[in-house]
Ligand binder design. Structure first.
Ligand code: G3H
Ligand code: 13P
Ligand code: ZN
Length: 322
């Protein structure tokens, strides 16, 4: 099937109590690792491209890689989404350039301005058969060149969501309930430590999610910053010359719970980066004489695939839903 929008995916996910995985793609091996897992697990998927990814790999290369995946995986629905679109022009370029979904992220702007920018993107997108994700609230962490300190983050205010969705006409809404971008989601003093000395983050604000859902019945909610930062990969990186002390993510059981509620899209990027980097670091430690990129990218792609399979089956609940 050709690229799809997220409309049908989200409706089924909402009704079925699961979420669609939205994985960031930057190169061929990442696209292949994700989509091979989704094809084998019969899972719908969102492949998303950030402003940074477009700057790194070039819009056309990324679109063509995703189109190749669509040809290789004709039996699963695949959406191509712009992640954190910073302005109307970037959203328009992606709408004109083959994307089926865009995010306009004006969440750092005042409420009225966020509405105005989002509404302009929605009008253009809907005229071209493309759907729009918007955001209310501010996540902590690093995304593209924007760094938001933990103290500057703010939870979504449920009392604002109905007005925002009605006035903008957006198709899904990203909210801030305590997730955060990157591999260092929380500072040590925001966490407790378990018996192994690993940081345990503060729980997500399910009360905020429930209040939002009550006000927007049937409406798809999105969670950004939802990597779980697998400690096995952090250890693999640190055991092979890396230095990532106190990297910590969102516990998978909490994401599973969110997926059972109104959350229909869960964004995962950092976990894929950790799997790729850990695998390549370990490869070079074991084989200091090797220099063929295919030899180290092959196990990296395989580990991305297994990580995605685990997310589909054990976290998102979307395996078998294609
Ligand atoms: O939320 C941001 C995503 O992890 C994309 O990261 O901007 O470094 O491509 P990036
Ligand atoms: P992570 O950094 O937790 O993987 O979040 C990715 C994300 O939200 C992309 O938009
Ligand atoms: Zn994000």
């Amino acid at each position: 099937m050709p690229l799809v929008t997220t409309t049908e995916m989200f409706k089924k996910a909402y009704d079925g109590g699961y979420a669609i995985g939205a994985f960031n793609v930057n190169n061929m091996e990442i696209v292949q690792g994700i989509t091979e897992a989704c094809r084998e697990e019969k899972a719908p998927v969102i492949l998303q491209v950030s402003k940074g990814a477009r700057a790194y790999a070039n819009h056309t290369y990324l679109v063509k890689l995703v189109e190749a995946a669509v040809l290789e995986c004709p039996e699963i629905p695949i959406a191509l989404h712009l992640d954190h679109g910073p302005d109307f022009e970037t959203c328009k370029a992606c709408i004109d350039g083959g994307f089926t979904s865009v995010m306009i992220d004006a969440s750092s702007k005042p409420f009225a301005e966020n509405i105005e920018i989002t509404r302009k993107v929605v009008e253009y997108a809907h005229d071209h058969g493309v759907v729009v994700e918007a955001e209310l609230g501010t996540l902590a962490g690093i995304e593209d060149d924007v760094k938001v300190a933990a103290h500057a983050a703010s939870y979504t205010r449920p009392e604002e969501v109905e007005e925002f969705v009605t006035k903008t006409g957006c198709d899904s809404l990203a909210i801030a309930i305590g997730t955060s971008h990157g591999a260092y989601k929380f500072t040590a003093d925001q966490c407790t430590r378990n018996e192994k000395g690993i940081l345990v983050p503060p729980p997500l604000r399910f009360d905020v999610l429930e209040e939002v859902s009550k006000r927007l019945p049937g409406f798809p909610i999105v969670l950004h910053g939802s990597s779980s930062v697998p400690q096995d990969y952090v250890k693999m990186i640190n055991d092979n010359g890396g230095k990532m002390p106190d990297a910590v993510g969102i516990p998978e059981e909490q994401l599973r719970h969110a997926a059972e509620l109104s959350v229909c899209k869960i964004n995962i990027d950092s976990d894929l980066r950790l799997a790729m980097t850990g695998t390549i670091r370990a490869f070079f430690n074991e084989h200091p004489d090797k220099f063929d990129p295919r030899e180290y990218l092959k196990p990296a792609r395989a580990n991305i695939k297994e990580l995605v399979r685990h997310k589909l089956v054990d976290v998102l609940g979307c395996a078998g839903k294609a």
